[in-house]
Write a protein that binds this ligand. Structure first.
Ligand code: SF4
Length: 365
């Protein structure tokens, strides 16, 4: 019993040392103007605006800091408050989101702003539980908002944090099986004092010092406690189970032009990848290349479809889609459902990158 009690106290002291070393390092980076200059970041010991934290965290889901930063600045200048996002037309939000990808995030952003305005009078709730019930806010984003904006004792876990934990505690279980063990270890370190700054310090450590291929252990504030550093080869962690190969998908896009020069576009269904976005009409995405005689069953009109040279490829995070293109023209008075858009008007629509690539290829630009 006494031995158990002493082991518990030792673990507690270790946790306190690790969290206070990280907080001291975070403060030191700020004082020396050596920290990550992120447009959404507040100085240490300052409570951040929940709207800004939420906006940045939604943009950072599946997007790098350097890509998200200009979008974040643009959104804040156009819609400085949450209520501005809630009252803006969805089409404007989607348009401003163009190029960031994963457009379900933009739709959820708009839906979430409306719900917070209606249900919480424009003020985000401060508990992880309530935050998770809002559109587009999952476990990570809820924990990040609760910690950074409300200084709640939340356990903020992303890939960077998992990497640091696996090295700090020398975890030999491979990801993704190790996730819950790493989350428990991370939770054991979250301090009562300044949990928001602590969460950001840990993220910074993972992003700048404890990096995947070249950990800079000599600069690390928790190097004395790190078991992987002592073991001598931290970069081998975290271990990962072999990935399943992701098969490419294939589609045929139908470039239909009218004699007045406009081209047929249409809106994708709201659910699924690129939900609600504008596209060039196409077949479903198949795991096998399409034969044209089968593909024309999905064409918007019966016409003389001719193949265009080349293929348009686009990479999503888990697979690549390859599009062949066929074109046809019809008379201006043909009655076909969809959006007829002139080339001068393409920029007035919220177009995902894949659609832009198909347009550029088909129109020879
Ligand atoms: S000592 Fe090295 S491996 Fe350990 S946490 Fe720090 S940077 Fe990562």
């Amino acid at each position: 019993m006494l031995a158990l009690c002493m082991a518990g106290k030792k673990r507690q002291r270790l946790s306190q040392t690790i969290s206070s070393n990280l907080l001291n390092w975070y403060d030191h980076q700020w004082r020396n103007q050596n920290w990550r200059d992120l447009p959404w970041r507040e100085p240490p010991k300052t409570r951040a605006d929940p709207y800004r934290v939420w906006l940045s965290e939604v943009m950072l889901q599946q997007t790098t800091v350097s890509t998200a930063a200009p979008y974040y600045r643009n959104f804040l200048s156009r819609w400085p408050r949450l209520s501005d996002v809630a009252l803006a037309p969805l089409e404007d939000i989607l348009h401003a989101w163009q190029g960031l990808g994963y457009y379900a995030r933009a739709r959820n952003l708009h839906a979430c702003a409306r719900e917070v305005l209606k249900k919480y009078n424009g003020q985000f709730p401060n508990s992880e539980e309530a935050l998770r019930k809002l559109p587009g806010i999952g476990a990570y984003t809820a924990a990040a908002i609760a910690a950074i904006a409300f200084d709640q004792n939340a356990n903020v876990i992303d890939g960077n944090v998992e990497r640091v934990m696996s090295r700090l505690f020398l975890i030999e279980t491979a990801l993704p099986s190790a996730k819950s063990e790493l989350a428990k270890l991370a939770a054991s370190l979250v301090p009562e004092r300044r949990p928001g700054d602590y969460a950001q310090a840990l993220m910074d450590l993972g992003a700048t010092v404890c990096t995947p291929r070249r950990a800079q252990c000599q600069l690390c504030p928790i190097k004395a406690q790190c078991r992987a550093r002592i073991d001598g080869n931290p970069e081998r962690l975290p271990l990962r189970s072999p990935r399943r190969r992701n098969h490419p998908r294939y589609g045929i896009a139908f470039w239909l032009s009218r004699s007045d020069g406009s081209v047929l576009l249409r809106r994708r269904p709201n659910k699924g990848l690129l939900g609600g976005m504008i596209e060039v009409p196409s077949t479903p995405w198949s795991e096998e290349p399409w034969m044209l005689d089968r593909a024309v069953a999905y064409a918007p009109v019966t016409a003389y479809w001719q193949r265009l040279n080349g293929v348009v490829s686009h990479h999503f995070s888990h697979f690549t889609v390859n599009f062949e293109l066929v074109s046809a023209s019809i008379d201006s008075d043909s009655n076909i459902d969809g959006l007829w858009v002139s080339s001068a008007d393409f920029t007035n629509h919220a177009l995902p990158t894949l659609t832009k690539k198909i347009i550029a290829h088909s129109s020879g630009k």
